[in-house]
Design a binder for this molecule. Structure first.
Ligand SMILES: Nc1ncnc2c1ncn2[C@@H]1O[C@H](COP(=O)(O)OP(=O)(O)OP(=O)(O)O)[C@@H](O)[C@H]1O
Ligand SMILES: [Mg+2]
Length: 158
């Protein structure tokens, strides 16, 4: 299936700007599933996302690879998760994952390869591929009506 949006970024700043643009548009309850290899730009994107959600500039958004979940307060609450180290569904349960995704807040999830399929059925799924040292392709798939509508807004925003 072709992505709803396909683009390439040529610097970390470009990827952050894309995140920021999407952060300005998403609303409570949006699940943003991030896919892609180590160093492909998921955390970089999440930094922009936080900025777009109004998380203050002096709050440093870091990789949740050890904490597994970082939380930020902006226009909406942001849960930033990294599932790299998750190997079983019960570990996901221990994180309180079900409550997080069924509650308020925007949820951005790195290593969404580890997620059960059903979680993706209402999500913006964003795949990053490393094309070169500073180039990444970004493929965005919208699943579910609400996310399909978000795509229109993302395309409209400059
Ligand atoms: N176009 C680009 N977009 C994003 N990052 C880029 C780009 N070009 C170069 N980079 C660099 O690639 C790295 C991306 O790291 P980042 O932590 O965002 O990756 P990640 O996908 O979160 O990796 P991990 O799976 O380890 O969490 C950074 O060092 C960043 O500076
Ligand atoms: Mg990361």
């Amino acid at each position: 299936m072709a992505p709803d949006i396909f683009l390439t970024t040529s610097s970390p700043e470009d990827t952050r700007n894309l995140g920021q643009k999407i952060g300005k548009i998403v609303t409570d309850g949006t699940i943003i599933a991030l896919f892609g290899d180590l160093g492909s730009g998921k955390t970089t994107f999440a930094q922009g996302l936080a900025k777009g959600l109004g998380v203050p500039d002096d709050t440093y958004v870091t990789s949740p690879s050890y904490a597994l979940i970082n939380e930020y307060e902006g226009r909406c609450h942001l849960f930033h998760m990294d599932l790299y180290r998750i190997t079983t569904p019960s570990e996901l349960e221990d994180l309180g994952f079900d409550d997080i995704i069924s509650g308020r807040g925007v949820v951005a999830i790195e290593w969404s390869e580890r997620l059960p399929e059903n979680v993706l059925s209402n999500s913006l799924s964003i795949h990053f591929d490393i094309l070169g040292r500073e180039t990444r392709s970004v493929s965005i798939f919208a699943y579910g009506l609400e996310c399909k509508l978000l795509i229109k807004d993302i395309k409209k925003s400059a």
